[in-house]
Design a protein around this ligand. Structure first.
Ligand code: DAH
Length: 349
């Protein structure tokens, strides 16, 4: 036998040992020991053959053979040790000291979190949750809210229409605001009424850092006898303080929305720069952040819902939920809320 053939044989013995020791169910280690390392075992016989090989080549081959022997002994010892630990399961080469397989846990999306926080705040103030459809008719999204057909105020909300018609033959649309739920709530129940509704809305708008074709709003409506602007201011102020801390201030600026009179835009003191530092990128140095629209429900809206404006009055407000999420979590670009990038989501749950 020459050195090359001997090496091939050694490698065949090692392969055969590896296959045998990896067998499932596990083989008996004593049997393997006898077959490969015993006095008449495969490796022992091979080592004996070394005597036929010229002396100068024998030495490195002997070293190879011994290395194979040591390795086999170690693996057999491992198998015996494992067998001693706990029967057949462990015998199958199971290493109990390996770390476990990671099991990533999901979490709520920052928008869902924000909606939950807004919801809690309104439940505390005695509001109940109302609902309304996303695919809406022109009447509930516009007309009953005092946007007559062709009224220029409709231009404030560029709309997606769908290929379906309502009973009056008008195209249905994706609601442009949650204010439709004001009408739906008043149609469904008699006053007094105190409801809120968080949900998705749609606008035909180009996407940028602060606009999207779909976003979320929260709407509030309170109708009772003798509700005044003071009730609106107290409610909004209390709600803002609940979310952002008692240090924040709110202020009202006159504004126009067809379904309220008077109408207002509500600002909150900037929660980032606090004192209106002139380089604050969030409030742009004004010290104030525009947070929502609000006002006293217009008599035409009450009439459309068969509420007598001489008897009942109320307030309404509507706010973008993304704005709240961005301020609560310090997110600077609204698109981050929709990209589902785990690097962002893991930071803001
Ligand atoms: N629906 C308005 C919008 O999307 C926001 C709004 C303004 C809602 C005033 C209200 C309100 O309830 O009273 O622009």
């Amino acid at each position: 036998m020459n050195a090359t053939v001997w090496k091939e044989k050694l490698s065949a013995v090692r392969d055969s040992f590896s296959v045998s020791i990896a067998q499932k169910p596990a083989v008996n280690p004593e049997e393997l020991e006898l077959r490969f390392l015993g006095r008449k075992g495969e490796l022992a016989l091979l080592l004996r053959d070394l005597k036929d090989i010229p002396l100068e080549e024998r030495k490195p081959l002997g070293a190879l053979g011994n290395a194979a022997k040591t390795e086999m002994e170690a693996r057999l010892a491992g198998l015996k040790g494992a067998a001693g630990l706990s029967g057949p399961v462990v015998k199958a080469d199971l290493d109990l000291t390996l770390p476990g397989v990671p099991f990533p846990k999901g979490s709520l999306h920052p928008l869902t979190h924000t909606m939950n926080r807004l919801t809690e705040a309104f439940l505390k103030l005695g509001f109940t949750m109302a609902d309304g459809p996303l695919v809406e008719d022109d009447y509930h999204n516009f007309e009953a809210l005092n946007f007559p057909p062709y009224h220029p105020a409709r231009d404030m909300q560029d709309t997606f229409y769908v290929d379906l018609k309502d009973a009056a033959g008008k195209e249905l649309l994706l609601r442009t605001h949650t204010s439709n739920t004001q009408i739906r709530a008043m149609e469904n129940q008699d006053p007094p009424i105190r409801v809120f509704h968080p949900g998705r809305v749609f606008r035909n708008e180009a996407v940028d850092a602060s606009h999207s074709f779909t976003f979320h709003q929260i709407e509030g409506l309170y109708i009772d006898a003798g509700v005044s602007m003071a009730d609106l201011k107290w409610t909004v102020d209390t709600f803002m303080k609940d979310l952002f801390g008692t240090a924040v201030k709110t202020r009202f600026n006159p504004s126009y929305f067809p379904f309220v009179e008077p109408g207002a835009e509500v600002d909150m003191s900037c929660v980032f720069c606090k004192a209106g530092g002139d380089r604050c990128p969030v409030c742009k140095g004004t010290g104030w952040l525009e947070m929502m629209g609000a006002g006293m429900v217009h008599p035409n809206v009450l009439k459309a819902c068969k509420y007598d404006p001489a008897k009942w009055s109320g307030f309404a407000f509507g706010a973008g939920i993304e704005r709240f999420a961005m301020l609560l979590y310090g997110i600077s670009d609204m698109r981050m809320l929709y990209e589902n990038d785990l690097r962002v989501l893991k930071q803001v749950h």
